[in-house]
Design a protein around this ligand. Sequence first.
Ligand code: SDX
Length: 426
Amino acid sequence: MKNTFTMTDNRTDTSYEFDILDGTRGPSVVDISSFYSQTGMFTYDQGYTSTASTKSAITFIDGDKGELRHRGIDIEDLVENHSYIEVCYLLLKKRLPTPEEAKGFDLELRHRSFIHERMKGLFDSFPISGHPMAIMNSAVAALTVFYGDHISIENEEEALEMAARIIAKMPTIAAFSYRHSMGIPFIYPDVNRSFTENFLYMMRAYPGGVMKIGNDGENTISPVEVKALDAIFSLHADHEQNASTTTVRNVASTNAHPYVAISSGISALWGSAHGGANEQVIKQLEMIGSVDNVDKYIAKAKDRSDPFRLMGFGHRVYKNFDPRAKILRGLQDQLKDELKLDSELMKIASKIEDIALNDEYFVSRKLYPNIDFYSGVILTALKIPTSMFTPMFVIGRTVGWIAQWLEYKEDAKAKIARPRQLYTGE
Ligand code: SDX
C-alpha cells in the first residue's frame, strides 16, 4: 500500500497525489508542499486548526487523552521528580542531566543571571504605570545590543551559551520590571540562591535586608513556596506549536537575532486568548466576587451575542482536561493550608468548574479548564501581583521558545515562513 493521499478536483475530475509522513506519535501529516505547483490553488486553514507547521521532537501533546510529554517524559513525572532547571536541561540537551550536570547547569545560570548595568536606564525610562510585559519585551530586545548579532548555531557550545543566557536573565528582567513599577530599588541576583528562590528573593527582599529561608514571617522565603513556584515554571516550559512559539519560529525563519525572536514571543503571549489569560482569570474571579454570582457569568459565557468568555477555559488542542491544570489543581489542594490560599477565590473557581464540566454548552464544545484557570490562585498566595502573572509564564516558557528556536535552526530544510492568502479585495 502506497503511503500517499489522493485528492480529486471534481470540477475537472483531476486527481492529485501527496505523500503521507508518519511521526513517532500522534497524527500523520499529508505533505502538501507541492499542492500549489500541482493544482494552482492554495490550501486554506485560518488559525491553523488542521495544519502542522513544522516537525519537532521536543513536546508531544495528546489533546483527546489530555497528555503532555517533554522529550518523551510525562509532565507529571517531570513536575513530581525533577526541578525546573532539570526540565530546562532536558528541553535543551534532549535528555535529563546527571546530578553533576544539573549542578553545573544551575551554577552557569546563576552566574549568567546578571544584566548589563547600562540596561538599568531602560527600566527607568518607563513610567511606573508601565505593564511589566511591555518592559520585559523591550528589555529582552535590548539584550541584542549587548550580545553579538551573529549566533552561529554550528558551534553547539555558543548556541547553548546563548540559550542559557536568556533563560538566566529572564527572572532578573521580570523582577526589575516589577520593582520599577513599585518604585523600589532593584535587588540584584544572589549567586548563592537557586533559580526559583533567587526570583522570589529579587521580588521580595528589602535593600540590604537579609532574606532567609524559613517560615518565620514576612522577610523569608519558605521551601514550600520555592517548590510550588518551581513546579509552575516547569508546567509552563513548553507546549508544542502554540501561538507564541509559532511567532518565535517565524522570526527565526528570517534570521533575526534569537533574542528578538523571544521578544516577539513575549508579545504574542501577552494576548488574553493566550498567556495573558492567567491575569484575566484572577480579575474575572474577583469580578464575579462570590459563588452566588457564578450562574450569571456562566450564562454570559454561553450567550453567543455576549463577547464575555470564561478565561482559563477551552483550548485549541486539549479536548479533555489540560494535564497541567490537573497538576495545578492538585497543588492547590496540597498547598491550601501551608500557603493560605484564598478560599473565596478557590470556592468561586471550583463552582465554575463544577457547573461548566456538566453544562451542555461546555461539554459539547469540549471546553475544559486550562493551565491558566488554576495558576493564578497559587501565584496570588506566593505574593505575586496579578500584573506579574504573565511575566511568570514568560519566565517558564523562555526555555521552550529558545529550544524550539534551536530546533528550527538545526533543520537544514527550514524555509522562511511565508504563507499565502485567499484574496477577497478589488
Ligand atoms: C494558553 O496553544 C497553547 O498550547 C496555549 C497554551 C500554552 O501553553 O502555550 O496552552 C497556553 O494560551 C491556554 C489558553 C488560555 N486562553 C484562555 O483561557 C482564553 C479563553 N479561551 C478561549 O479564548 C479559547 O478557548 C481558546 C483561544 C483557548 C481556544 O480557541 P479556539 O480553539 O480557536 O476555539 P474557538 O474560539 O473556535 O471556540 C470553539 C467554541 C466557540 O463556540 P461556537 O462558535 O462553536 O458556538 O467554543 C466557544 C467559542 O465561542 N468557546 C468559549 C470559550 N472558549 C471557546 N465559550 C466561552 N468561554 C470560553 N472560554
